[in-house]
Ligand binder design. Structure first.
Ligand code: SF4
Length: 684
């Protein structure tokens, strides 16, 4: 098969000029919050390493999205205090390293205005006193001195950033924030010089731009991250977004536009998860490009280099904004340039590691890339060749086994991977069958391609036992045998799937689920439901005691098969563990598909054609039925028989190390399992 070469992406890899600044290619690492800094208002080593990683990976332009102009404008305490001169020496090392790596770096200045992640919030500044509809906190209507102070601060902060060596300034009039709320007719109800008409709504952000331009001079690029559509019933839409952009461009103060959409009230459109089609926002980019003479950065679920190249070829934009794809694979641009497109590790749009973390004001992570946000410790650039190559045998070809095999092989170990199934991937292959979840399959696609490329010996259909494993003369056996539903034998998975937790249960290391009726004929596991064809028109009850996609996605899958589905949970909501953008969109779809969601409801027992439940708020007991199928989703249990058998045989034999990882150690989500696998492989 012919591999794509760098010639396949001539536009994406071609240089570009924004004013006085030359970019080596069209990749823009989009501004975003990482929560990596520590709250003293200055960048730290973690943030430096985060940006340098993407510069080394080949991004032409990096835009730091952590910079604010005053304490009241901080989205979180982790934002950088760009208005203070101490940022100049603190930021300079980042600029120098990014430049040395061949990239350019801009600073995006923002004032969070009526929105914040801080709880309880600071004084929230806004054009008009009113809460952002998604918030329960109201705002302070800015007076003239507030406006003047803010205008001045944007100028001072810009001057500091340029003094620190940053190559350009971007102003955020998008997403969350003060400047967007001033241009938005819904949020700006003022009747003074700063509201009441389109021109007056534009006045404050234009004064901010003038202040910045005055501070940095005519040659430094000053761009706008612009919200083109607020995607709310009450907000403005594309026609108004274009009108706003036109007015900014007419001012002659702006060097480029970086497209954007959504607000806190439509945050699932700000950072759209996999449920939003790739390239969904292309019409917005195209529309702005159609009316503007300035360079345009395209945005929104662009992860496929072919799509990115097409966007440039069709003249929809001049630059390609990528955020999550470069979190998942910082080396994406470099791999393209080196003709290694097939080695790219794709962002799967899960939002579980990146957005879910930072919305909780925790350091950014990525389920695909254990090094994301932890570059100082887990960057792949830190992987070293093992001094003594070992014979590593991995049992299990799910995510944990594949990841440990990949990193071990990259370190020079000889790796053999045994998988009892006919294909690699484990539970991921089932998860990918859930509606709008196909992209999770790219986790396995990357790992499978990587281990094959690295020469890992893969045995499929391989039932591992202790004698067979020891015959391979391993130095290390890594048991990654995964997990099984916490249901009685015969109800766990496909009917041919043998139980693999018997030893742990006999030793009191696993406790069987005590819910009465789990062995009823109507009970089927998620594994079984997703693996087999489910007859349509069945009445199905799903018990969500886990909160993640296992229950929510399976319920949706069954509804799509024509089943009548109800999901009960003892928690306040079904899917209680889902990341916020995914949760909203799941609930929207559940409503559309007629899935009944019943919170605060504990299942007391399962009978042959129904369940008895108790309302946790009233204590009232009732019966749900008749139903044909009950799918209980509890936290899974480890398949660890092999691990204990190995321990019993080799004991503390120093010649063979026996390790267990992934779900075989404790069933968890992919993010922690990927990290654990990398940690273990780095120490082999
Ligand atoms: Fe993409 Fe998921 Fe990684 Fe976020 S956590 S960058 S959405 S793969």
């Amino acid at each position: 098969m012919t591999q794509p070469s760098s010639n396949s992406f001539p536009r994406l890899l071609s240089p570009f000029q924004i004013g006085s600044v030359s970019l080596s290619n069209r990749f823009v690492f989009q501004p975003h919050f990482t929560a990596l800094t520590i709250g003293d208002g200055l960048p730290n080593d973690a943030l430096r390493a985060y940006f340098v990683e993407r510069a080394l990976g080949g991004a032409g332009l990096i835009i730091d999205g952590h910079m604010t102009v005053m304490a009241e404008g901080m989205m979180a305490p982790h934002y950088l205090r760009a208005w203070e001169e101490r940022i100049i020496p603190a930021y300079r090392p980042i600029v120098e390293e990014v430049h040395r790596a061949g990239s350019r770096i801009f600073g995006q200045l923002t004032h969070s205005g009526h929105t914040t992640l801080t709880e309880p919030p600071q004084d929230l500044w806004a054009p008009t006193q009113m809460p952002e509809p998604s918030s329960r906190y109201t705002t302070r209507a800015m007076d003239l001195s507030d406006i003047r102070k803010t205008v001045r601060r944007f100028g001072e902060a810009s001057r500091n950033l340029v003094s620190a060596g940053l190559d350009g300034i971007e102003v955020k009039i998008a997403h969350d924030g003060l400047l967007r709320s001033f241009v938005s007719p819904y949020f700006n109800r003022r009747t003074d010089a700063y509201g009441g008409s389109f021109e007056k709504r534009m006045r404050f952000p234009l004064e901010v731009l003038e202040s910045i331009r005055e501070a940095v001079g005519p040659d430094v690029p000053v761009g706008i991250r612009i919200c083109l559509d607020e995607y709310t019933p009450f907000g403005y839409h594309l026609d108004e977004g274009l009108r706003i952009a036109e007015r900014f461009e007419a001012s002659g103060l702006v060097s480029y536009f970086n497209c954007d959409a959504g607000t806190f009230s439509s945050f699932w459109m700000e950072i759209p998860p996999a449920a939003v089609e790739q390239g969904y926002f292309r019409p917005l980019n195209r529309a702005l490009k159609g009316i503007s003479n300035l360079p345009i950065v395209a945005f929104g679920r662009i992860k496929d280099p072919d799509m990115a190249e097409r966007i440039l070829a069709l003249g929809e934009a001049d630059l390609i904004g990528m955020c999550r794809p470069l979190i998942a694979d910082p080396d994406l641009p470099r791999k393209l340039a080196e003709g290694r497109a097939d080695e790219i590790r794709a962002c799967i749009g899960c939002n579980d590691g990146c957005i879910h973390q930072v919305m909780q004001v925790k350091g950014i992570r990525c389920i695909q890339n254990p090094g994301a946000g932890q570059e100082l410790v887990y960057s792949e650039r830190l992987l070293t060749r093992a001094q003594v190559p070992k014979n590593v045998v991995v049992v299990g070809g799910g995510v944990a086994g594949l990841k440990v095999a990949e990193i071990s092989a990259r370190r020079g170990h000889h790796v053999t991977l045994l998988e009892r199934d006919t294909a690699l991937g484990g539970q991921i292959r089932l998860a990918a069958k859930q509606p709008l979840h196909q992209e999770i399959g790219e986790v396995v696609a990357y790992l499978e391609a990587a281990v094959k490329r690295l020469g890992v010996e893969i045995w499929l259909n391989a039932d591992a036992d202790v004698d067979g494993l020891l015959e391979l003369r391993p130095d290390v056996i890594v048991v990654a045998t995964g997990s099984q539903p916490d249901l009685p034998p015969g109800r766990r998975g496909s009917r041919t799937d043998p139980d693999a937790g018997t030893i742990a249960r006999a030793r009191g290391l696993q406790v069987p689920n005590a819910l009465p009726g789990l062995d009823a004929p109507c009970v089927r596991s998620v594994d079984e439901v997703l693996a087999d064809d489910v007859p349509s028109s069945q009445r199905v009850l799903v018990i969500d005691a886990h909160g993640h996609w296992e229950a929510a996605g399976t319920a949706e899958y069954l509804a799509d098969q024509g089943c009548t589905v109800e999901v009960v949970t003892s928690r306040p909501e079904v899917g209680f563990g889902l990341e916020a953008t995914n949760k909203v969109m799941f609930h929207q779809r559940a409503r559309e598909k007629g899935i009944r969601l019943t919170p605060w409801t504990e299942v007391e027992s399962i009978e042959h054609d129904g369940v008895t439940v108790r309302d946790l708020l009233t204590g009232e007991e009732r019966r749900i039925g008749p139903v044909d199928v009950v799918v209980p989703v509890f936290p899974r249990v480890s398949r660890d028989d092999l691990y204990f058998q190995l321990l019993d045989r080799v004991g503390n034999d120093a010649d063979v190390a026996v390790l267990r990882i992934g779900d075989a150690s404790a069933p968890r989500l992919i993010q922690t399992i990927m990290l654990e696998a990398q940690q273990i492989a780095m120490e082999l």
